[in-house]
Write a protein that binds this ligand. Sequence first.
Ligand code: BTN
Length: 264
Amino acid sequence: MIEEEVKRVFKGEIIGREIIFFPLTSSTNDKAMEIAEKLKNPEGIVLVADAQERGRGRLGRKWVSPPGVNLYFTVLLTPPFPPKEASLLTLMSALAVASAIKEYTGLNATLKWPNDILIGGKKLGGILLEMRSEMQRIIFVAIGIGVNVNLTLDMLPEDIRGLSTSLREEKGEPIDRVRLLRHILSSLQYYYKILLGRDKKVLIDEWLRLDSTLGNKVSVQTPGSIISGIAEGIDDDGALILRLPSGATEKVYGGDVTILKGSS
Ligand code: BTN
């Protein structure tokens, strides 16, 4: 990645007013949180790294972040929403990434609630959203996005190799990371404006169109328990709606979804 190219990758009305590039950093999310704490208005700043020493995934997992192959970046936003709507921002970001991948590569990217981007059922990217908030309002969010672009599977630890993929693996040819980043940032701004216009329904409907979970029997590992049921939809705040075996519905606000085998 050439620093000058990355810095000019996208200048939108909201996103990309400043782009900070690191050949190597600890984690773009950590850097973004640090920077945002110091600024009055961090909205639209993007931090991009070629490699991360301590790339983080959700639920305390590690995000494999070797140099020269993938996209690792964080976008800072200051949405005028209450903290309970933060999960909509995760859905928005995953939707923006999947749409940009479809548009730029033609590959059929799908979504798995809440934050996974998949191709052919294998994980290719994810979102790590961290925020600073008061009771009633979000102060800022750091939307961390990782996409396996030109990674080859031998770069991954063996235990996740079978569950993961990259755009190069799927397309059979290398993909231009900077051009893809431009598409993703433009797509993020597009969907963010939809959310700012309070058009949650448009966003959720589009999300559901790319969803690989809907209608399937799933089990969700939540912090306290495992819940199984049929994934029926997403509510207005971005929670997953499950139909339980008893016929009742339950909303799940966070957790790890496994699509159970045998469902179509
Ligand atoms: C997940 O699926 O668990 C989320 C992965 C998020 C990875 C990205 S890479 C850029 C940003 N910096 C990090 O340390 N993590 C996110």
